[in-house]
Design a protein around this ligand. Structure first.
Ligand code: SF4
Length: 344
């Protein structure tokens, strides 16, 4: 049955809602068949390539919005760093780190409702600096809600992609945020498209949403023909309103990723925040569905060591986008220590 869904997806046809629920409700013993079917779609559009993205929190902990999941919201008690927009020198240094970690895109994220005139000028200056040094490094900006004309300005400075996640369904949105609406987010996405930027918009799951909500939002993203879809799984940070949520399992994450792949076959599908926490030892299976990951730390929480991510990609038979295929790597230092303790 999942092979038939893959064939529909390969032909560019939509799944029905009933078929979408069948993916989310796949029996655990059938998950490998489901992953195999989703992999056919991933392989057609992206081959063996994995895109690496590097997150930079260019303004932290000072957001006036009340998103309940977010450690940088005005309502959050989480002890996160608080600072205003980084200087071009600071952003350039972090772009150096992105390139050193084999990233083909650097994602500049600022905690704010939307950029002021001064914010836009600061971001434009930083982006110009990054693009002068690394013309081939893609730059994604994520600055919240945009007004008319903002996307065109950002594009002129060198921004390639703008990130603005829908996060959840329209009907669930009011339960996770009250200071802006789902319609506000859709409006910004429409302005991004009209302004000629590539769109990056995804979800944050594990916030009490139903399967109906998941199907609603994946269909919305399909309808909007979003270029890149980050799928985040909630990292419940102490001090946020959703700190007691822990709804994800590795198999559930895989089923969700398969649904997003079937319905958005040619979109860059990124396993984003929460990958390590919720997929755990099944992270490599996620690469057979998604073609993109973040490397390094997330905005306010730590990620897996970059060397471990790169090793995982290569061990699973994939290649890093933009990099020539390297020779096999020696074991990581930790593995050597474990082997020597065992007397091998
Ligand atoms: S708008 Fe962004 S930074 Fe601000 S509270 Fe919401 S998720 Fe956090």
């Amino acid at each position: 049955m999942f092979a038939a869904l893959a064939q529909k997806s390969l032909r560019g046809e939509s799944l029905t809602r009933a078929e979408s629920f069948s993916v989310l409700r796949c029996p655990d013993e059938d998950v490998l068949s489901l992953v195999q079917a989703a992999h056919l779609v991933r392989r057609k559009h992206f081959g063996k390539k994995v895109k690496i993205n590097f997150l930079v929190n260019i303004q932290s902990g000072v957001c006036p919005e009340d998103c309940r999941y977010c450690s940088q919201s005005k309502e959050s008690k989480a002890p996160v760093d608080k600072y205003r927009l980084m200087s071009p020198d600071q952003v350039e240094a972090l772009a150096d780190a992105a390139v050193a970690n084999k990233a083909s895109r650097v994602c500049l994220v600022a905690s704010m409702r939307g950029p002021s005139e001064g914010d836009l000028k600061a971001v434009e200056a930083a982006v110009r600096r990054v693009k002068e040094k690394y013309p081939h490094l893609q730059v994604c900006a994520s600055l919240g809600l945009l007004d008319e004309g903002d996307p065109e300005r950002l594009k002129a400075s060198g921004v390639d992609t703008y990130n603005h996640n829908l996060n959840t369904s329209e009907s669930h949105y009011g339960k996770i945020c009250t200071t802006h609406t789902y319609a506000d987010r859709v409006g910004t996405l429409e302005r991004i498209k009209a302004g000629g930027l590539l769109t990056c918009s995804g979800v944050l799951l594990g916030m009490g949403e139903t399967e109906e909500d998941i199907v609603d939002v994946v269909f919305s993203l399909r309808k909007m023909k979003v270029d890149a879809i980050p799928v985040n799984f909630l990292i419940p940070v102490q001090g946020t309103a959703l700190s007691d949520r822990n709804e994800m399992t590795p198999f559930r994450c895989l089923k969700i990723l398969c649904l997003f792949r079937f319905l958005n076959p040619s979109s860059e599908l990124r396993i984003a925040g929460g990958r390590e926490l919720h997929l755990r030892s099944l992270q490599p299976l996620g690469l057979f569905i998604a073609n993109s990951i973040f490397i390094g730390d997330y905005l306010t929480t730590g990620g897996q060591e970059p060397a471990a991510d790169i090793r995982m990609i290569r061990d699973a038979g994939f290649e890093i986008l933009g990099e020539n295929v390297p020779p096999p790597e020696p074991p990581l230092a930790d593995e050597v220590r474990i082997l020597s303790r065992r007397g091998n």
